[in-house]
Design a protein around this ligand. Structure first.
Ligand code: NAG
Ligand code: NAG
Length: 225
């Protein structure tokens, strides 16, 4: 009797430990949550769910890093964006992605704000603001997606980036070794990697690097390609 109760308890323990482990795959990374928000919104509109490509996610984080924390050049009249050649020349090598496996970027969202927002809020209130961004979200040209979230713990600014591509899932944005270089700080989607977008441990290093450019900057920059 005591034995069987003990066995049952052990089973419960293992099942809940396993459940917790499975859960961390999606819940402990704001970039994965952003991809989940994109896909659930697409499928609710009868569009295909997009493959979460880790290589593309890593490139999204590189895309954010290209801004070096400068929120003032995201959106607005003096907005800047990285040159297309940066994908092959800088972003891919930084991630360990083979330049020859790069596919076309069919859409992108980038937003930056001084305040941290949960992925679902970032998706609904910051990234998707107008009909042009909805056109990008609902495009039938995309087959895969990668997202990244980066920011600092000491008040921002926080960046969110979503890249869409029409590449072949699994054979685009691939690495030589099968392993991506994970560069902290910041979080990216698709790699089953636990990452905390608002936590002191992963993002505190950025405090000194990223100037705070305004008290309440909330800018949106969404463009089709
Ligand atoms: C999809 O996202 C848009 C923009 O945030 C929102 O207006 C719409 O209600 C969402 N649809 C669903 C089904 O979640
Ligand atoms: C899809 O791709 C075609 C061909 O490249 C392009 O003309 C069209 O504008 C794209 N559609 C969207 C919604 O981006």
């Amino acid at each position: 009797m005591a034995m069987s109760q003990c066995f049952l308890l052990l089973c419960i323990f293992f099942i809940s430990a396993y459940a917790a482990k499975v859960q961390t795959k999606v819940t402990d990374n704001p970039a994965d949550q952003l991809v989940a928000a994109v896909n659930s919104n697409r499928t609710a509109n009868k569009l295909s769910s997009l493959y979460s490509n880790p290589g593309l996610g890593c490139l999204a984080l590189q895309y954010i890093k290209a801004y070096q924390g400068d929120c003032s050049v995201v959106g607005g009249s003096d907005s800047k964006k990285p040159a297309e050649s940066e994908f092959a020349e800088t972003f891919a090598p930084n991630c360990g992605v083979q330049a020859s496996s790069l596919a076309q970027i069919t859409g992108r969202f980038l937003a930056c704000q001084s305040k941290y927002a949960k992925p679902s809020e970032a998706f609904n209130d910051i990234l998707i603001r107008n009909s042009k961004s909805l056109d990008i979200l609902y495009s039938k040209n995309h087959t895969e997606v990668g997202a990244a979230v980066s920011g600092s713990d000491g008040g921002g600014p926080y960046f969110w980036c979503v890249l869409f591509s029409n590449g072949k899932p699994k054979s685009s944005f691939t690495t030589w070794t099968g392993e991506l270089k994970v560069i902290r700080p910041g979080c990216f989607s698709g790699s089953n990697d636990q990452c905390n977008g608002n936590g002191a441990n992963t993002l505190s290093q950025t405090i000194h690097l990223w100037p705070i450019t305004g008290a309440s900057i909330a800018l949106l920059y969404a463009l089709g390609v």
